[in-house]
Ligand binder design. Structure first.
Ligand code: ATP
Length: 440
């Protein structure tokens, strides 16, 4: 089953989705670069999340806070102590290090050697800021995006006149010095999070926790992820992170087993209380009835990269011998990326039937120019039309628009659907409307 991970990793590289960071220097472990198609897919995932979490809700606002913050933030939040640390063990023979909770037994998984004593290993990445060497201030690349949200809780509450319950959302990079980065973009040292902190009355935490966990799992399902591959997993009380009162993961059935893609956490009043105490700033909330309280936080914390991997894996399909049975010659397997139309990297491919007829090429380029402002599109004239259809199916392109000899006479083109392979003849003047309707 791990085979699918290898397949996806090499597929992502071959087709222009993801590359190893610094590859020409032999790569840089645990970091990846997104290519054109990968960036498009990732941006579309983020857009859909933002639309769902911010645009469609009247009481959630979005922000973009800085990655570098005062080290006081991390002292107060508990990230510099054992709270934000994993238990590490080192092999006495090969000196490789492993996360204790990933090990099946007490032997080194690489060489079978004896393992040393357990140590707590802090995950925060240290850096220094300033131009004068001995006056440089030590700070940290943020280990989670939500601390930036807590820093802006009062700012947003007051300037946007937010009333409890309300949320603040943010998408951005986070950094963790993971002991065991693994499984392609699943666990990296630099990654992206989509987080939303929902500030609620202390008596309402259960209600909102249960509500958000359903909202969040439905987001994946509505974007085409197979329900059967998703489930909740509640954390045991004694395994909770230092800030959490309750935690449920949304898990996906990866080739290596069920694993986390998003966490729903009840953070209680931990963050606002600790920042209130350490900064001296009153972060209480005043209700009309003059009751004062520190709002409790229900958080939804999703990984952009893990979602990316889920959407890619779940949509990847191989058809032995190909889908078209029109030619008798034996065909190799065909790949179709049946990814949701809203997030697929390229919506429309413009394909002249032949590339050696200037009139057809000219018309095709005109159509490309016509639809470019509306949809992420791609122009391709190289290879047989069947081959070009396959190429677009592989990268998930939703519609192929073919311009043929008749197009020059009847002002119409053929639109082919990726999933059904059905073809429809559409007038060029109606093409944008037709595609916009389909995309809804
Ligand atoms: P894990 O147990 O897998 O290390 P976590 O429980 O520490 O993850 P959280 O702190 O809850 O993760 O982070 C919220 C989300 O951020 C995760 O569900 C995941 O999608 C994403 N995430 C966390 N760490 C990484 C990482 N190293 N690489 C990629 N995504 C990550």
């Amino acid at each position: 089953m791990e085979n699918l991970l290898q397949k996806i990793t090499s597929f992502a590289k071959q087709k222009g989705f993801v590359n190893q960071s610094s590859e020409i220097y032999g790569g840089f472990e645990s970091c990846y670069d997104y290519g054109f198609l990968g960036t498009e897919l990732k941006n579309n995932i983020k857009k859909q999340w933002w639309k769902n979490m911010v645009q469609m809700r009247e009481n959630i606002v979005g922000i973009d806070s800085s990655i570098l913050m005062s080290p006081k933030v991390w002292e107060a939040s508990g990230h510099l102590t054992a709270g934000f640390a994993d238990v590490l063990v080192e092999c006495k023979e090969c000196h490789k290090r492993f996360r204790k909770d990933y090990l099946k037994n007490n032997k080194c998984p690489e060489c079978g050697g004896e393992l040393g004593k357990e140590k707590k290993f802090n995950l925060m990445m240290k850096t220094s800021v300033g131009s004068v060497e001995d006056k440089k201030a030590v700070t940290y690349l943020r280990g989670e995006t939500c601390q930036g949200i807590f820093m802006n809780y009062e700012f947003m509450r007051d300037s946007m006149r937010m009333k409890v319950p309300f949320g603040i959302a943010q998408i951005g990079k986070a950094f963790r010095n993971e002991i065991t980065p693994r499984y392609f973009v699943f666990k990296m040292r630099e990654f992206e999070q989509m987080e939303m902190q929902y500030f609620v009355h202390p008596d309402k935490t259960k209600k909102w926790f249960d509500w958000w966990k359903e909202e969040r799992i439905n987001w994946y399902i509505n974007l085409g992820v197979n329900k059967k591959n998703l489930k909740f997993r509640e954390h045991k009380k004694d395994k909770l992170a230092h800030y959490a009162k309750r935690a449920i993961d949304i898990e996906y059935k990866f080739p290596w087993g069920w694993d986390e893609i998003e966490g729903i956490h009840n953070r209680g009043d931990w963050d606002l209380s600790t920042h209130s105490k350490h900064s001296g700033k009153d972060l209480y909330y005043d209700e009309k009835s003059n009751k004062r309280f520190i709002p409790h936080v229900i958080e939804t914390s999703a990984g952009v990269d893990r979602s990316f991997l889920v959407f890619l894996m779940d949509a990847y399909e191989e058809v032995k011998g190909g889908r078209t049975k029109t030619t008798k010659s034996t065909k190799e397997k065909e790949i179709i990326l049946k990814i949701d139309k809203k997030i697929t990297p390229i919506k429309v491919a413009i394909l002249p039937l032949v590339k050696n007829k200037p009139k057809i090429v000219k018309k095709s380029k005109q159509i490309f120019d016509l639809i470019k402002p509306y949809f992420m599109s791609w122009y391709d004239e190289v290879g047989s039309i069947g081959r070009r259809y396959r190429r677009q199916d592989e990268i998930g392109t939703m519609w192929c628009v073919t311009i043929d000899f008749d197009s020059l006479k009847d002002g119409a083109v053929t639109v082919r659907d990726r999933n059904t392979m059905k073809q429809e003849r559409i007038k060029i003047k109606n093409l944008i409307n037709y595609l916009q309707e389909k995309l809804k």
